[in-house]
Ligand binder design. Sequence first.
Ligand SMILES: Cc1cc2nc3c(=O)[nH]c(=O)nc-3n(C[C@H](O)[C@H](O)[C@H](O)COP(=O)(O)OP(=O)(O)OC[C@H]3O[C@@H](n4cnc5c(N)ncnc54)[C@H](O)[C@@H]3O)c2cc1C
Length: 372
Amino acid sequence: MRPFSSAAARDVAATGDRQALHHVYSSDMHTVTLQPSGQQFQVEEGESILTAALRQQIVLPYGCRNGACGSCKGKLVSGAVDYGVHQKKALTDEEKAQGKALFCQARPLGDIVIEARTIGATKDIQVKTLPCRVQKLERLADDVMALHLKLPANERLQFLAGQYLEFLLKDGSRRSFSMANAPHDDELIQLHVRRVAGGQFTDHVFGKMKERDILRFEGPLGTFFLREDSEKPIVFVASGTGFAPIKSIIEAARYKGVTRPMTLYWGGRRPKDLYMNALAESWSGAAMRYVPVVSEALPEDGWSGRTGFVHRAVMEDFPDLSGHQVYACGVPVMVDSAKKDFTALCKLPEEEFFADSFTTQADLAQAASSPR
Ligand SMILES: Cc1cc2nc3c(=O)[nH]c(=O)nc-3n(C[C@H](O)[C@H](O)[C@H](O)COP(=O)(O)OP(=O)(O)OC[C@H]3O[C@@H](n4cnc5c(N)ncnc54)[C@H](O)[C@@H]3O)c2cc1C
């Protein structure tokens, strides 16, 4: 094994001089040891820790895979890494000083030891690249379109409720969208696409896209899914189309007869943003409570329900989240605030917070321009 924790290497790592670091660690293959499991895997030159792990069927928690959401953050126990391109808010300098790294971006500069939980639930699910046909375009709100996709006759997409797919665009870029249908209801894949002003893909969805168009995607991806090995009550928090994967999770849980108490908070600016409100209301029952929350209702909306930011409504109702699991999905500002406030102010253990943050190309561009 290489002398990955040598003082010299650490000194060079501290300077951030990547060329010098590559001289210190000249081998093009590095070993990553996972704690506490002791499992090991190899990382090739230039590969991120996450990419290498996934290639070897070792699934670590992750979200955007672009250094913008922070879902893959974990602890570097020993050794040095190049931290890669990431947003400052996804990994602060303070967190780096505490030995944290974003595994989707970090590249080992020698053999390293990291602390991370592996995820077994997705390991038997094959990630595929498939063509699909737009079967139906269904307007759910002014700025939300449901895309119903049909796969080739001999194909089915096996996935865990909550996971997403990535469309492969002609220019080589990718766009992520979460499955809104539950896995058992897999005749068509359903996505809820929110229009982003000036967005290349979503402008196309609301403009030129038509039924029978062919798209290509890779999936399923992600580690946002229901942890079924827990008995804890669940709080779901969605903003806008963050409802899509949560719908999938709730429909799958109801289908399987999961009896854990669940509360869903769904936030939008106006009541019309809660584009499947009637469906969410229809889930209310003994084990399920639904709380719609609106932040910018106008008088003509006649809104008499909860108001304000959706994660604040959760905090009012659950000042103590120490015995809960939280699943949050939607715009990055909501997911970031929920994680910060629930853990700091409501005693939610950090490892009981699961999220997908709906980052866009603007977030990634910001990551690329952030200093390392
Ligand atoms: C795991 C995951 C799951 C997701 N699931 C969903 C979902 O189910 N539903 C949903 O609606 N969304 C979802 N999203 C978000 C969705 O992927 C983004 O909204 C997507 O990027 C939109 O693509 P677009 O091409 O329309 O816009 P983008 O090209 O991403 O552009 C978004 C905005 O950024 C600006 N922009 C583009 N490039 C740059 C640049 N270089 N510099 C500065 N600004 C720039 C654009 O002008 C535009 O205003 C998910 C995201 C992730 C990571």
